[in-house]
Write a protein that binds this ligand. Structure first.
Ligand code: FMN
Length: 165
């Protein structure tokens, strides 16, 4: 084996998971941001975690109101995944910019993109500093799936968004 960088490792571990993290902005609308660094943590109780750069607007929102929904996008919105990972919600309304069709979930004031294969409704339990990111540890409140939708993954590190088949 030869020594490589951790960034280089993400190409070898491809396909990597991909979520669109949905948070609520102060005006009540939803911000969308692409996140690959997420994981299941516990089934009893149900918990997940994800890591976002300290500077991310999504992080600021979830630290304020503790609410977040992780969605798994389908191939029908693969282009949206790249867009939401390239602009910050601090100065861009990504839903308008990328023409993302949104839908409501029961009892949630955060909306989620149409054509999501999965939506994991969470409440922030705690967050911790991990280098240049914060790790957000969340309790899962509800999980919704649309089995007609085909989940996408990030290939070649994080540079291409497509399904596994
Ligand atoms: C495929 C892909 C995966 C990404 N994964 C992460 C991630 O795991 N954590 C992170 O902080 N940013 C990740 N990003 C970058 C964020 O989506 C990007 O910084 C975004 O502008 C943050 O938006 P916000 O400021 O509205 O929260 C990823 C981008 C792409 C395209």
């Amino acid at each position: 084996m030869k020594e490589i960088t951790l960034t280089g490792a993400s190409k070898i571990s491809s396909p990597n998971p991909v979520t669109i993290v949905c948070t609520q902005k102060p005006d009540g609308s939803t911000n969308l941001a692409t996140v690959s660094w997420w994981t299941y943590l516990s089934y009893n109780p149900n918990m997940i975690a994800y890591a976002m750069a300290k500077t991310s607007y999504s992080g600021e929102m979830v630290r304020q109101n503790k609410k977040v929904i992780l969605t798994i996008p389908s191939d029908k919105i693969a282009d949206v995944v790249m867009g939401c990972g390239s602009f910050t919600g601090r100065n861009t309304d990504k839903i308008t910019k990328f023409g993302v069709k949104m839908k409501e979930l029961p009892n949630s004031d955060i909306s989620v993109p149409e054509y999501s294969a999965l939506a994991i409704v969470c409440r922030l339990k705690e967050y911790m500093e991990t280098g240049d990111h914060y790790l957000y540890i969340c309790n899962v409140e509800k999980v919704y799936a649309d089995e007609q939708e085909k989940a996408v993954f990030a290939w070649d590190g994080y540079s291409q968004i497509k399904t596994v088949r």
